[in-house]
Design a protein around this ligand. Sequence first.
Ligand code: NAP
Length: 322
Amino acid sequence: MKAIRVHVFGGPEILKLEDVPDLRPEKGQVMVSVRAVGVNPVDAYVRTGTYAVKPTLPYTPGADAAGVVTSVGEGVTSVKPGDRVYVAGSLTGTYAEQTLTNESQVHLLPANVSFEQGAALGVPYATAYRALFQRGGGKKGEEVLIHGASGGVGTAAVQLARAAGMLVTGTAGTDDGMKLVKEQGAHHAANHAINGYLNELMQLTGGRGFDLIIEMLANKNLQNDLGLLAKKGRVVVVGNRGTIEINPRDTMSREADIRGMTLFAASAAELREIHAALGAGLQNGTLHPVIGTKIPLAEAARAHEEIMQHSGALGKMVLTVG
Ligand code: NAP
């Protein structure tokens, strides 16, 4: 089978498509024939070799995919050959024609959800759910700001928050991005690339502020977020690419919280909760991943260049296979 292999850490150009041996599932494992792969910013961070997670070389990148189960190891009962599934975590990497997972890392994909949409679920939707509910404590009727709502995690967060009965505002950096954010169910959209948008956001809450902010670029926005919070408000830091100076006083009168999050810290029970909720949302149609960019597997290097440019997002980037 063909797979993208990384032999040395470095820039996008080190991602090369190679022939590698076929995989075989062992006890408790599932083998999936991959039809689409989710590209996440973390895949690019890991590839540089400077991220907290550093795989042993050589390796195949990727944690997200969707496809068809081709064989299962001894003891696997939740899926069988022929099932359409999405993959949320992999033992062998997902930038490949085949991937091996533990049984807990595959989830049935309803017939109304395409493979490309399935590849958009693992990291983005699980992160959005964890940020909104497990870390953010989001509740029906609360006002939530998705600061960076046009990308993979942001569009997922808008859909999940709206389905949960929250009042949703999302930001994007382009007009097309704002349109997309509203189409996903946001009550309001604002442009984070335009001066004065913070005042506009505050006015949308009638001056009260947001109960919850899901932040995609904290090194740019965290200080401003503190000023946008309501009393007892929470900021959940999902994305961050640098440092920022904040005034802690802005947390005091509001009794505000800044909460970090990483999907890597989710327990097995929390992951079960997340994927049960995602499965229900896919089946009832409230969750419908938006695919922005499709790139063939062989051009994974271009995908990594584009995902790090970080402007003008319109949903999720996927690699197509076959
Ligand atoms: P993505 O699809 O590339 O989307 C990036 C988003 O950031 C877009 O909505 C983009 O909007 C927005 N953005 C750009 N400039 C911004 C600004 N000044 N203020 C607010 N938002 C801005 O990436 P993703 O997959 O959604 O991931 C988003 C971030 O979360 C990344 O940094 C990623 O590494 C991180 N992440 C963290 C975890 C975790 O476990 N903590 C998990 C998944 C992802 P425009 O393009 O419209 O400007």
